[in-house]
Write a protein that binds this ligand. Structure first.
Ligand SMILES: *[C@@H]1O[C@H](CO)[C@@H](O)[C@H](O)[C@H]1NC(C)=O
Ligand SMILES: *[C@@H]1O[C@H](CO)[C@@H](O)[C@H](O)[C@H]1NC(C)=O
Ligand SMILES: *[C@@H]1O[C@H](CO)[C@@H](O)[C@H](O)[C@H]1NC(C)=O
Ligand SMILES: *[C@@H]1O[C@H](CO)[C@@H](O)[C@H](O)[C@H]1NC(C)=O
Length: 429
């Protein structure tokens, strides 16, 4: 992951240290709730009605030049409840194999491949029995693939190999899903990227990539449209649980019309940004081009280092001595902070300070506040790029629409008017 060290540290610390701070708010039922859903049974893993209709529908649709999804009236959108881990990552449970092996997965909008930890080590030997690692030998529906899995996120590398099995998500059994069995590198041990990850990136199957879970759900008639949407809540607030909706949107979680932005290329959730501004007091235009990606693996908002530096200066935020990528804010400044606005093709995507400032609850010294706008060296081609991470997605309900090559944003409904919080001290370890 090409993230500033502080964010990587932040993620790592959350996964390593948070356990003894506060117990998790989320305790799923022993059986995942989707296994009780009657809808899941109706479509049924063994006789997927929609799947059997697939080919005739495609032929019909070709003849009549109609979008396939209009005809999939039997498929419905599917909501999945997510757990919120201290506002810095969200996850849910999926199952792979027969009998099912369960995994908690986070979400990756950059890569299309879903991956879970493998029972095998780099030298081909097996770890000792571990229910949190995929064991091909105890699944009757496993099919070998064996092609290597290599994903690179800047400095971070995920490797292993590919396998195929059935995957259960949101009440649906997705057949013959190719996924990655990741084998941890000792150097990134403890990193969240070593856990299970649901790949929600845009796959380019023509380039030899494997269809994503969403692609397979579409081709197996399990979803009405190749769309997924996130509602992300704020930790410790009265907001409803976070929800990933597969196949469309859930109007319960947004309160206005969607603003749609076309993707700048078909294989990435990426679009052009014209300007970034702080209300009407400061504005930076990008005449030579600038992109934004909506990125579920970035907790905050990350942008080009020089721009972030001037934005934080205007906000009155000061870089920390021991970590110049992180900017602190003085308590007295908070009320007068401007909005952070991204201008995209004539639309304004706007965050208030409550959306982009982070609060770290303090002990004796009182709460501390940080700017949630951080610098990153990440580039696309030679162009700078903004990663609109979880703090952005908490403010904007986001739909990822593969069919129309666009992303839709609508202000999420119901908001606790409070700062984002992280329950740990990133200078404590
Ligand atoms: C998933 O996370 C929950 C806590 O939110 C935990 O109780 C459960 O054991 C985890 N399941 C797996 C397979 O790791
Ligand atoms: C499981 O995967 C390992 C590693 O790829 C492979 O050597 C083994 O043959 C597989 N087991 C089965 C039953 O296919
Ligand atoms: C999955 O693969 C099996 C055997 O390769 C095949 O018979 C079956 O039709 C496939 N199912 C789907 C939904 O593609
Ligand atoms: C977005 O893409 C659609 C479909 O390709 C096109 O009709 C529309 O004009 C585009 N909108 C903008 C603002 O470029």
């Amino acid at each position: 992951m090409n993230l500033p060290p502080a964010v990587v540290l932040l993620l790592t610390l959350v996964s390593v240290c948070a356990a003894h701070v506060i117990s998790l708010p989320f305790s799923p039922a022993r059986r995942p709730p989707w296994q009780h859903k009657s809808a899941g049974k109706r479509l049924g893993p063994s006789r997927p009605i929609a799947g059997r209709l697939q080919r005739p529908i495609q032929a019909f649709s070709k003849r009549h030049k109609q979008p396939i999804r209009d005809l999939r009236l039997n498929a419905k959108t599917r909501d999945i409840k997510l757990a919120n881990y201290y506002d810095s990552l969200y996850y849910t449970t999926i199952a792979i194999g027969t009998p099912e092996q369960e995994f908690n997965v986070t979400f990756d909008t950059r890569s299309a491949i879903t991956r879970v930890p493998s029972i095998y080590c780099r030298n081909g030997q097996k770890f000792r029995r571990n229910p949190k690692k995929y064991n091909n030998e105890s699944s009757s529906t496993y099919k070998s693939n064996g092609k290597p899995l290599e994903i690179s996120y800047g400095s971070e590398q995920v490797s292993g190999y590919c396998s195929q099995d059935n995957l259960v998500i949101a009440g649906a059994t997705v057949h013959n899903q190719t996924f990655g069995e990741s084998i941890p590198e000792p150097s990134v041990f403890g990193s969240t990227m070593n856990g299970g990850v649901l790949g929600l990136g845009l796959s380019d199957t023509a380039a030899g990539e494997y269809p994503s879970v969403v692609d397979n759900m579409m081709s197996q008639g399990l979803l009405p449209a190749p769309i997924f949407s996130f509602y992300l809540n704020r930790y410790g607030s009265d907001d409803p649980d976070s929800v990933l909706t597969l196949g469309g949107t859930n109007p319960q979680y947004y309160s206005e019309e969607f603003t749609f932005i076309n993707l700048s290329r078909p294989d990435r959730w990426q679009f052009k940004v014209d300007k970034v501004q702080l209300s009407n007091i400061y504005r930076i235009a990008f005449p030579y081009g600038c992109y934004a990606v909506v990125d579920t693996s970035t907790p905050l908002i990350a942008g080009p280092i020089d721009v972030v530096e001037s934005l934080n200066k205007v906000l009155g935020a000061k870089p920390l001595e021991d970590d110049p990528m992180l900017y602190t804010l003085d308590h007295s400044q908070l009320d007068s902070l401007p909005n952070l606005e991204f201008m995209v093709n004539g639309h304004k995507l706007s965050l208030t300070s409550k959306d982009y400032v982070i609060k770290i609850p303090g002990d004796k010294t009182g709460d501390r506040y940080y700017s949630g706008i951080m610098g990153t060296k990440r580039k696309i081609g030679k162009k700078p790029v903004w990663s609109l991470g979880l703090s952005f997605m908490r403010t904007y309900y986001t739909q990822f629409d593969k069919g129309n090559h666009r992303i839709g944003f609508a202000k999420a409904s119901s908001f606790a008017n409070k700062y984002l919080q992280y329950y740990f001290d990133f200078h404590g370890a």
